[in-house]
Every structure is written in structure tokens, then in C-alpha cells.
Design a protein around this ligand. Structure first.
Ligand code: HPA
Ligand code: ZN
Length: 330
């Protein structure tokens, strides 16, 4: 079954590329760029990845990405991840990145765009991996700053498949970014947002009502609200769930207590994703196998989850058809 899960064509819709930075590459880039790290060894870095909540993770996540300076760094970061993803049977990746977390360190917006774009093209030719790019705004920074980034990104709009919203959720409701998302909509950019990870179910409603998103990232808090469950079921709104992330950030206590089975029982359009694989215990395959171990799902259930992701991915219809055919033969 584990071999079968590896070979299942998996689509990753919720992946922060900066969260795919493994300690080995972090050390290599720190050396290359003369950046001091707070860890003596790779093992010490991994041992520090013991999180109490989302904020305690974000602190190390922003610190870790401080080694990324050049276009080549972003290229190496993405290629390192794409190689692992391809080996795990991932066939399509929608990578999110946080431009503000780089611009605030003096890295020009053009740098991540150039490095990621080159890696995305290389991944396509090397592994046949299709990709999409999501430019995310940091919700714990001001809406004015996000708007400014959106305007500065004008030369790259053709490269952006969607805009997103991430970082510290509590106290930073979706409505804070109403004007930014309205502008993105006017520009014709699809919108997604993290909601209902640490924040309440009401943030999910708000992301739908105010930001007009086409996907909710996480969304596990929806089970707190019957009316919201009915709404998400009726609209088949995609929820990009990240089980290992939820356990590591103590959104849920254990895998066996994870709300995924309940969400599926409610008829919700759920997908399985890895979020920040370098920090949360692995990529897509580890998330799939963790579900196998916790829930003993059969092949049909995993095929449904994989099909859900194919249904709602940002990809050309020809690619969607090809992936559906591959899945059907599993
Ligand atoms: N939640 C919110 N913001 C993030 C995350 C996450 O899990 N990972 C990177 N930015
Ligand atoms: Zn996330």
C-alpha cells in the first residue's frame, strides 16, 4: 500500500516553498552567503523544530529563510524541493511564496520571481512536473504594505496564478485585506487564503464573503459551525488540509484525533497537502502515509483525495484530463 501511495499521482496545492528549506540546504546557503545561523549542526536545527503553536513555528520559519539572498538561492531551494516531490510521486505543485518576508530583508521582489520561475521551468523539463505560483501576503503586516507589494508585482502578473494570505492568523482577520483582494480580483488574479487553521470558523466565512476566494487553506475549524459546514459542502469549496502541519503546530493533538475523517464524512471537498515539509515531518508522501497509519483508509479514499486536488488545481484542462486518466489507472 505504501508503494501504491508513492505511485499515486499526487497534486500539492498548499506548499510554502520557504518551508521546504531543509537544514542541509540552509547550512549550505548560510555558508555561501556568509549568514550566521543559531544552530551548530543540522541535527541541532531539526531538534529545534518543536513547536507550541503557529507563532513559534513562524519565528523559526522567518529566521531560516534569512539565508535566501540571490536568484540562484531561490532556484536551489525550489529545485531541492521539486526533486524530493518528484521522487514521492508528486505530479503538480502549487508553490506559495512570501515576498514581504524577503523584501523586508532587502531582497528585491524580482529575485524570488526570477529564481522560482527558472526552477519551475526546469522541473517541468526534468521531471514533467507541472507547477503554479501563488504570491502570498503576510496577514500580520499592514494591508497598505500588501497593496504596495501587489502593485510592485505588476511586471510579474503573468507569472502569478493566484494570490494568497498566510502568517499569524489570530487577530488578523481576512477583512483586514478586503481592499487588497478586491484589487487582485480587478486584476483578474484568483484568490486563496489561509483561514480556520488557528483562527475561528468565522474567518472562513469572512474569507469567502469578503475576499471572494476560490480555495481555503487549512479550514479545519469549519467543524465548529454547522451552517458553515453546509455552506462548504453545498459549494464544494476546496479545503487544502495539512495533517502533519496541524499536529506539529498543535492545532490537533494527534493524527488519530485529526478532523480529516469527520470532514470527509461531511462531504467536504478536502485535499491533502504538506504546508512546510522541512519543518513538519515530511512532504506529500509522509502526509498520505500518516493518514494511512492513523485512519486505515482504502485505496478509493486516497484516490478521491487525489482527484479532489486535480479538480481544483490551477492547471490547463489538457493537463487536468491527463492527470485524471493517470489516476484512473491506479
Ligand atoms: N500557517 C500560516 N502561515 C504560514 C504557514 C502556516 O502553516 N506556513 C508558512 N506560513
Ligand atoms: Zn500554509
Amino acid at each position: 500500500m505504501k508503494t501504491w501511495l508513492r505511485d499515486l499521482p499526487k497534486v500539492e496545492l498548499h506548499l510554502h516553498i520557504e518551508g521546504s528549506l531543509e537544514p542541509e540546504l540552509m547550512f549550505a546557503l548560510a555558508e555561501r552567503n556568509g549568514v550566521a545561523l543559531p544552530y551548530a549542526t543540522v541535527e541541532e536545527a531539526r531538534a529545534a523544530y518543536d513547536f507550541a503553536d503557529l507563532q513559534s513555528f513562524l519565528n523559526l520559519y522567518y529566521q531560516g529563510m534569512g539565508v535566501l539572498h540571490t536568484e540562484q538561492d531561490f532556484f536551489d531551494l525550489a529545485m531541492d524541493y521539486f526533486a524530493r516531490a518528484a521522487a514521492e510521486g508528486v505530479v503538480h505543485v502549487e508553490l506559495s511564496f512570501d515576498p514581504q518576508a524577503h523584501m523586508s530583508r532587502g531582497v528585491a521582489l524580482s529575485v524570488p520571481f526570477a529564481g522560482l520561475e527558472r526552477a519551475m521551468r526546469e522541473a517541468e523539463s526534468r521531471w514533467g512536473l507541472s507547477t503554479a505560483l501563488i504570491m502570498s501576503f503576510l496577514r500580520d503586516r499592514s494591508a497598505d504594505e500588501a497593496m504596495d507589494v501587489l502593485e510592485q508585482a505588476a511586471p510579474y502578473y503573468a507569472q502569478i496564478d493566484a494570490v494568497g494570505l498566510d502568517s499569524a492568523e489570530l487577530g488578523n482577520p481576512p477583512s483586514k485585506f478586503a481592499a487588497v483582494f478586491e484589487r487582485a480580483k480587478a486584476l483578474g488574479l484568483p484568490r486563496v487564503a489561509h483561514a480556520g487553521e488557528e483562527g475561528p470558523a468565522a474567518y472562513i466565512d469572512e474569507a469567502l464573503d469578503v475576499l471572494d476566494v476560490c480555495r481555503i487553506d487549512h479550514g479545519v475549524a469549519c467543524l465548529q459551525d454547522e451552517a458553515l459546514i453546509a455552506r462548504l459542502r453545498a459549494s464544494q469549496m476546496p479545503l487544502t488540509v495539512c495533517p502533519l502541519s496541524n499536529v506539529r503546530l498543535k492545532v490537533t493533538k494527534t493524527m488519530s484525533e485529526h478532523p480529516l475523517p469527520a470532514m470527509l464524512d461531511q462531504g467536504l471537498k478536502v485535499t491533502l497537502n504538506s504546508d512546510d515539509p522541512a519543518y513538519f515531518g515530511g512532504g506529500m508522501l509522509n502526509n498520505f502515509t500518516a493518514c494511512l497509519e492513523a485512519f486505515d483508509w482504502d485505496r478509493e479514499r486516497f484516490k478521491t483525495l487525489a482527484a479532489n486536488a486535480i479538480d481544483v488545481a490551477f492547471m490547463p484542462e489538457t493537463r487536468r484530463d491527463a492527470l485524471r486518466q493517470r489516476l484512473a489507472s491506479c
